[in-house]
Design a protein around this ligand. Structure first.
Ligand code: ADP
Ligand code: MG
Length: 347
C-alpha cells in the first residue's frame, strides 16, 4: 500500500526531498498557467507546518533552467527560497534523471531523511527523482498524488450506466489504450480530434489530407469499431481537404450526450482549437462537461482549450495535473512512480 504524508509521524527537524511538479508553460519569461504550481502548495505547506525542511526537485520543459522564474515560483508557492525551502535545478539538466541513475539519485537526496513524491504528472516515467530515489529513503505520496489516484480510480470504477468518455487530441499511442480499457466501463465513448480521423481511416472513410497518427492502424486492432458505444463524428469543418474540427451536427450530438451523463471523463480537443475558427467543437465539450454532475478532465492541451473556451478548472469536479500519466492510469497501465510508492493499479 502507498503511504501518504499524514503517516510519516514526526516531521519536525526532518529534511524532506520533495519531487514536485513545476512543469509550467513560460512565455517571454512569464509563467502563463500556474495550475500545476497551485496544486503543489497544499503538500508543501503541510510539510513546513509540521516543522520539516524541504528540498524541492522538479523539471521544466519550456525553458532550460528555473533560474529566470525563481521569484515567480516563490510568489506562486507562497514561500521564500532559503534556509527552509530550497529548489534544485531542473532535474532533466542531468542525463542521470531520465536514465533513472542511482548515482544521480544519491546526489539529489544528499542530506535528506525522507522522500515525498507529489508529481503525479511524471509517475509514468522511470526517472531518478521519481523511481530511483524511492529505494533510497522512506517514500511517501504527497496529497496531490493521493487525490489524483483516488479520483481517477473512482472515475474508472463508477458504473458504466451514465458514464461518458470523451477522447480527442492526437497521439493515438496514448489515447487508443484508454478507449480500449474504458469502453467496457462506459455507456458511450465519444471520439474527436486526430483520434477520430484515425478511426474513420480504419473504417475506410475518405479523410482527404487530414492529419493522422501513423501507428493508428496497429493500435486500433482489437478494438471493435462497430461497437455501438463508440461514437465517431460524421460531419466536419474542413480546410481544403483536411478535417480541422468536428462539424455542427456532431458537436450538437456530442454535447447533448455529455449533458445527459452523470459522469464525464474528458481528454483531448475535438479540433485544432488553437485557431478560433476550429475551436467550436472543443468549446462545446468544455461547456457541456462543466454541466455534468461529476466531471474529470485532464491533458495539457485540454487545459489550454478550457481556458480558451472561457472556462476555469473550478468548473469541473476534478482536473488532473497529469497528461500522459493520467492517460496511462486510465488505460490500466503500470505507473513506475506509483509502484515505487507501493501503489499498484487494480484494473
Ligand atoms: P492533450 O494535451 O489535452 O492530451 P493532445 O496533445 O493529445 O491533447 O492533442 C492536442 C492537439 O491535437 C492540439 O494541438 C490540436 O491542434 C490537435 N488536433 C486536434 N484535432 C486535430 C485535427 N483535426 N487535425 C490536426 N490536429 C488536431
Ligand atoms: Mg498535449
Amino acid at each position: 500500500m502507498m503511504k501518504t504524508i499524514d503517516q510519516i509521524g514526526e516531521l519536525s527537524g526532518k529534511k524532506v526531498f520533495m519531487r514536485a511538479d513545476l512543469d509550467v508553460p513560460v512565455v517571454e519569461g512569464k509563467i502563463t498557467e500556474p495550475f500545476r504550481i497551485e496544486r503543489q502548495k497544499e503538500t508543501l505547506r503541510y510539510l513546513l507546518d509540521h516543522g520539516a525542511k524541504v528540498v524541492l526537485a522538479a523539471h521544466i520543459s519550456a525553458i532550460p533552467s528555473f533560474e529566470p522564474i525563481k521569484s515567480q515560483l516563490e510568489h506562486l508557492l507562497d514561500v521564500p527560497f532559503g534556509a527552509t525551502v530550497t529548489l534544485l535545478e531542473n532535474t532533466r539538466q542531468d542525463p542521470g534523471e531520465e536514465k533513472n541513475d542511482e548515482t544521480f539519485a544519491r546526489t539529489l537526496i544528499a542530506g535528506c531523511d525522507l522522500y515525498v513524491n507529489n508529481a503525479f504528472a511524471v509517475c509514468h516515467r522511470e526517472h531518478a527523482s521519481v523511481v530511483a530515489v524511492a529505494k533510497l529513503l522512506p517514500a511517501y505520496a504527497g496529497l496531490l498524488i493521493a487525490e489524483e489516484v483516488a479520483q481517477l480510480q473512482k472515475a474508472m470504477d463508477a458504473p458504466a450506466q451514465g458514464k461518458v468518455i470523451v477522447i480527442g487530441g492526437a497521439k493515438a499511442s496514448t489515447k487508443v489504450p484508454v478507449i480500449k480499457h474504458l469502453i467496457g466501463r462506459a455507456e458511450h465513448v465519444l471520439v474527436g480530434g486526430v483520434v477520430a480521423i484515425d478511426v474513420l481511416k480504419a473504417l475506410g472513410r475518405d479523410i482527404g489530407t487530414s492529419r493522422v497518427d501513423e501507428d493508428a492502424v496497429q493500435l486500433l486492432t482489437g478494438l471493435d469499431l462497430a461497437d455501438p458505444r463508440l461514437m465517431v463524428p460524421d460531419d466536419f469543418i474542413w480546410d481544403a481537404r483536411a478535417i480541422m474540427d468536428i462539424g455542427p451536427i456532431s458537436t450538437e450530438r456530442f454535447a447533448t450526450m455529455v449533458r445527459a451523463a452523470t459522469m464525464v471523463i474528458w481528454n483531448g480537443p475535438m479540433g485544432v482549437f488553437e485557431d478560433t475558427q476550429y475551436a467550436t467543437g472543443t468549446s462545446a465539450i468544455a461547456h457541456a462537461a462543466a454541466d455534468v454532475q461529476l466531471s474529470v478532465v485532464g491533458g495539457g492541451d485540454t487545459m489550454a482549450a478550457i481556458t480558451k473556451a472561457g472556462m476555469t478548472p473550478k468548473r469541473y469536479t476534478f482536473v488532473s495535473t497529469g497528461g500522459g500519466a493520467m492517460l496511462a492510469f486510465l488505460a490500466g497501465q503500470r505507473l513506475p512512480g506509483l509502484e515505487a510508492l507501493g501503489h499498484y493499479i487494480s484494473s
